[in-house]
Design a binder for this molecule. Sequence first.
Ligand code: 13P
Length: 247
Amino acid sequence: MGRPLIAGNWKMHGTTESALKLATQLSHYRSQENAVEMIVFPPLVHLAVVSVALNESTVRLGAQNVSQYSDGAYTGEVSADMLLDQGCKYVLVGHSERRAAMGESNQLVAEKFKVAQDAGLMPILCVGESLEQRQQDKTLEVVAKQIDAVIELAGLSQVVQAVIAYEPVWAIGTGETATPQQAQQVHRAIRAQLGDAGRSTTLLYGGSVNTSNAAELFSQPDIDGGLVGGASLEAEKFLNIAQLVEA
Ligand code: 13P
């Protein structure tokens, strides 16, 4: 088992006003005995305002993306140091929406992972198969390759200290979720790939997590928490899901 986490990926939604409101509503969150860490991932332009709203809170801040470069003439990019400067502790790398829509390869994801971790951010490495890959029975192979690329560049000892989120592409934003058994099977395979050192690595499930399916998903032995998209945009729903990580 890894450290329990509940993460909200706000994707490209909201305004400064709505981000501030949501962050303020979440800022009072405290899990029993502070056992569960809550993290929110607002759009880059809302990081500063959310950071202020979470200042006195135990809720952590993360970014949805980071440049693979640490500094320089890279128009439109944001470096790991800039994210730290905004108060970020976490960063998502390799989200399937970036892999698919922005053409991020396993190699590029590995580079971003390493740059972020070296700078002092905690990467959440997102992995997952497409529907076609699942239908061809390639799920475990695809996920293993995505993780192997990062192990090759950053080293196993670094990868086990990060967080890995299994998000089957076909379950993201579709309302269709992996069954707890399907998710557990992949999580168990990831844990096996990481070996002994990965026994306490935090493994999250993501893909249409909501208040009605979260309890059963989070009760699986190798699922330590969730990475939530749509349902993290409403404070009450997200707080309810967070409670289910504790249960
Ligand atoms: P949904 O919860 O909206 O399916 O999104 C999941 C996700 O992509 C989180 O990163």
